[in-house]
Design a binder for this molecule. Sequence first.
Ligand SMILES: [Zn+2]
Ligand SMILES: [Zn+2]
Length: 472
Amino acid sequence: MHIQCLGAAGRVTGSCHLVQAGDSRILLDCGLIQGSRREHELNREPFPFDVKRIDAVVLSHAHIDHSGRIPLLVRQGYTGPIYAHTATQALCDIMLRDSGYIHEQDAARYNRRHRDDGQPAIEPLYTAADADVAMKQFRSVRYHRKFAVTPSIRVRYRDAGHILGSCIVELWLSEHGEERKLVFSGDLGHSNAPVLRNPDVVQSADVVLMESTYGDRNHRSWDETRAEVEEIVEIGRSAKGNILIPAFAVGRTQLLLYWMARNYQHAHLARWQIILDSPLAIRATSVYSDYINLLDDEARELWQSTDIESALPNLRVTRTADESRELNFIKSGAIIIAGSGMCNGGRIRHHLAQNISRRECHVIIAGFQAAGTPGRALVEGAKHLRLFGEDIPVRAKIHTIGGLSAHAGQAELLAWYDGFQNRPPLILVHGEPQAQEALQNLIRRDTGGPVHIARQGEIFDLQKPIPFSSSY
Ligand SMILES: [Zn+2]
Ligand SMILES: [Zn+2]
């Protein structure tokens, strides 16, 4: 009975863990590695297991860093079930196809560029058609119901409060009459943030696998965050520039739209043109409205009583590339929300190219930026950004608003672990080393719990004590 950490070990993206009990082998997540181009290339390496021997995939949530290699797995011969929350399945249906389309475009661009220098043409990592095939293997599941994934592995999903349909995964593993309970946090939401409920507290486990994205930082409260955003909007208005918000299509966009709808009068948003420049985010927002029963009470009430068009009458959604290009002519008075969230692709790059050299413009960073991405460079105060082959000076004001994040901050991670009554051994994943070490020290100090930072490929035998070697 063991678990092997095959991704998101010492980094934030590429979540993938192999769980084995008895004759069963399942994957917890099968996510895409995101970051620099070099890191992206790691997605092309063969899976370090026999794809055909996997019995099931259990997916925590729809974000691409958790789901994005599923079509690749299917293309390489995986024919088994992919379990996911009902809302996760609906989101994956649009996100994986979009991801396949992006891989097709990337490969075509690369091949065009290298046609004349004798390099062999590359294949897309996978295609939109591969994503369609993978979707047929999805099996939808709800929260709080235990189900058998294989004869020796049972699973129950709990609400992780991170994005729509996001799950904490409880797993009961059995082998030769012995049982162990493993709990995988998935990505944990930011408590008391609007739109979603707080992450469920789980009280017992033999071993816990927990994310640690913000292991070294606390977020401000939602009230402080709201005041911070309002102030930027006010400064942006008097500066007479645009405000850009790179946002993940799923999660951050809906939180921002909700904030705008709630604060439309108070933040004087009628004076702005609000532009949602992401076809994927538009589709994801409509999935949120299909599942309002999963939202927190306030958000459910708002969306039950009004629709987005009435709540935000000056919201413009731009679907086509031509409509998006027209936005280049707007020099002032626009709040533009566009993907990708880490600025390593998508339409936001065009808006950055148009706006970041202008002092009167503002950029609001609303989510985690992985190492190696242009978004991370902006957060770290880069003076120039390379976009479309050009070095563009950064003169716009960059604001990093941690309170808009979809992830639990340090104190919330500690509190979630503290919810376990028996101080189970804790393995940290989904974090950069600095964040993980800070969290490890804090949890040891405050709870005395045994904490280990997973290394890539590390195997843990769940019937033996977990080796808490690292920096002990
Ligand atoms: Zn996530
Ligand atoms: Zn994640």
